[in-house]
Design a protein around this ligand. Structure first.
Ligand code: PLP
Length: 382
């Protein structure tokens, strides 16, 4: 065997010497929008045509009657929680495996996160556990779609409808996903997406928050206003670059689906690596990170070595989130039952960054080749 065939971590040639694709990808629509914003002077204006156009396009795409843009997805989550009435002393139910800032946002409001376990095969909150987590102090449920795993929103709605508890749906990792015929982000009373620099729809920073109900939208508008001045909303320039991206969201999502299906089929025979996601005709994920559960014993390699080996091959793999209760004082949260599945996700989840899913089939075949090579040499990499 020549050295070239060895894993890059052992001195062989990387499968993808150029490294993973950067983000954002080149986009002629974005370039044209930047040029137009310069020519019109909108790039430097408080008010222009782009923000109203973006808001209109967001309402249409996400099928929600009200939208506000925000300076970040994290601010969007905070505005969403405050708009549905969460304040000091209240409880907010969330999954124990979630984006850490969501947990910290609840604390920042002075409220208490109530953690529920996630599903055994997907890191999203287990809807069956919601009823047992509800108390007289519950003011909202924060439901995040993560790593291609989508929450069953019909079941969640059924679980809470009678109790009249608002759902804040965090679709920051799922822009473009469709759940039972509706976009992810349109199932909650309030929905949130992010335009952060690594997200599929990107303006470097930014977010949006959607509302079903006039009262919530009105309250959010007040939160984001100081008299005549609106603070914490998107700039004209950010809005300008997002419009062409939003127009292509469905096309991008379709390409992500083709590419992720190809990747799953190419690695289907490998032991110990299982993609996250509820794949059915009714549910089509949108990807920010494409998540997998790695069973170290079955694959024959520790998660850290797996990620290191794939990064050396030029693939943008990473370990998943730390469950929000790890390393944190139990005085900061309550938990409804044990969190064994969240702990498992915290140990097992690996994720592939999404840009490669927007490229061609060749890039996907390289990812599969790198994973296959890592598995073949697991003994020596361990
Ligand atoms: C990215 C992200 C957000 C928002 O992040 P910002 O960087 O503040 O826009 C919120 N929730 C989840 C699950 C995310 O992945």
């Amino acid at each position: 065997m020549s050295d070239d065939e060895l894993p890059a971590l052992l001195g062989g040639r990387p499968v993808n010497p150029a490294g993973p694709p950067g983000w954002p990808l080149p986009d002629s629509g974005v370039l044209a929008a930047l040029q137009a914003a310069y020519a019109s002077g909108n790039w430097g204006a408080y008010h222009g045509e782009n923000l109203p156009l973006l808001e209109e396009a967001l309402r249409t795409t996400f099928q929600m009657p009200h939208v506000l843009t925000t300076a970040s997805g994290t601010l969007a989550v905070e505005v969403a929680l405050r708009a549905v009435g969460v304040s000091s002393g209240d409880e907010v139910i969330m999954g124990a495996y979630d984006y850490e800032p969501n947990f910290l946002t609840i604390l920042a409001i002075g409220a208490k996160p109530v953690l529920v376990d996630c599903l055994p095969d997907s890191p999203v909150l287990n809807v069956d556990l919601i009823t047992s987590a509800i108390t007289s102090k519950t003011k909202a449920i924060l439901a995040s779609h993560l790593h291609g795993g989508l929450i069953s929103m019909t079941a969640l709605r059924e679980a809470v409808n009678a109790k009249n508890i608002p759902i804040v749906e965090d679709a920051a990792q799922a822009a473009g996903a469709i759940i039972d015929g509706r976009p992810a982000g349109a199932w909650g009373d309030v929905g949130v997406i992010s335009f952060g620099g690594s997200k599929l729809l990107s303006a470097g920073r930014g977010g949006a928050v959607f509302f079903k109900n006039d009262g919530h939208a009105q309250r959010a508008k007040v939160i984001l206003s100081r008299g005549v001045q609106q603070w914490g909303i998107l700039s004209e320039l950010q809005a300008a670059v997002l419009i062409p991206q939003l127009m292509k969201l469905a096309e991008c999502t379709a390409r992500q689906h083709r590419n992720s299906a190809l990747l799953f089929s190419l690695i289907a025979d490998l032991p110990g690596l299982r993609p996250i996601g509820n794949f059915s005709a009714a549910i089509s994920p949108g990807y920010y990170k494409l998540g997998f559960y790695l069973d170290e014993a079955a694959f024959g390699l520790s998660r850290d070595r797996f990620v290191a080996a794939l990064r050396a091959e030029g693939m943008a793999f990473d370990i998943g989130f730390r469950p929000v209760h790890w390393g944190r004082s139990p005085s900061r949260y309550l938990k409804a039952g044990d969190l064994a599945n969240a702990d498992l996700a915290g140990r097992r989840v690996v994720m592939l960054h999404h840009p490669v899913l927007s490229g061609d089939e060749g890039g996907i075949r390289l990812v599969a080749e790198a994973i296959g090579k890592t598995h073949r040499f697991a003994d020596r990499l361990a």
